[in-house]
Write a protein that binds this ligand. Structure first.
Ligand code: GNR
Ligand code: NI
Length: 173
């Protein structure tokens, strides 16, 4: 396993739609392992492949919050939202590609998602609460979309400028 570098916004790879995974093989399982290790190390509750520069439709997540509860690492390959509730909910979202910036985003409160697991078997599950928010945030990454794209242009621009500054400072360090 290996911890990968997470791309920071703005980066053209974070704005590019990722391609469907063609074959679920050993190479892909290694990628999934690296993504989980990178997510837990960050720490984060989700990570999409484009965030480590891989433009393939794969995401990982684990939204178990309680420290004493068992972890629940999920790997979703070619995920698709097959149903979304009319009811919406608002969460304060953050993103590992936009460090230390948080904003409220409204999304469907519950979603039904289908995907392939690491053995290439089809799976589907109903998500609610933080899991529903997270899986939608991650699928957005696969479509080249960030949570700040839901904000008013002025707020988005403010965050983007902060990130440009952060990247300049990191490049000099
Ligand atoms: O770690 C993360 N926390 C989070 C909190 C609220 C809504 C979405 C997220 S996802 C984020 C990790 C990340 O950037 N995944 O792409
Ligand atoms: Ni994110």
């Amino acid at each position: 396993m290996a911890i990968k570098d997470i791309l920071i916004h703005p980066d053209p790879r974070l704005k590019t739609a990722a391609a469907p995974v063609e074959t679920v093989d050993t190479v892909l399982r290694k990628l999934a392992d690296d993504m989980l290790e990178t997510m837990y190390a960050a720490p984060g509750i989700g990570l999409a492949a484009p965030q480590i520069g891989v433009l393939q439709r794969i995401l990982v997540m684990d939204c178990v919050k309680e420290d004493d509860a068992a972890p629940r690492p999920l790997v979703l390959i070619n995920p698709q939202i097959t149903w979304a509730s009319e009811t919406r909910s608002t969460y304060e979202e953050g993103c590992l590609s936009i460090p230390d910036q948080y904003a409220e985003v409204e999304r469907p409160a519950e979603v039904e998602v289908s995907w392939l697991d690491v053995d290439g078997n089809p799976q589907s599950e109903h998500f609610d609460g933080l899991w529903a928010t997270c899986v939608q945030h991650e699928i957005d990454h696969l479509d080249g979309k960030l949570f700040i794209d839901y904000l008013k242009p002025l707020k988005r621009q403010m965050i983007t400028r902060k990130m440009q500054k952060l990247k300049r400072e990191r490049a000099r360090a």
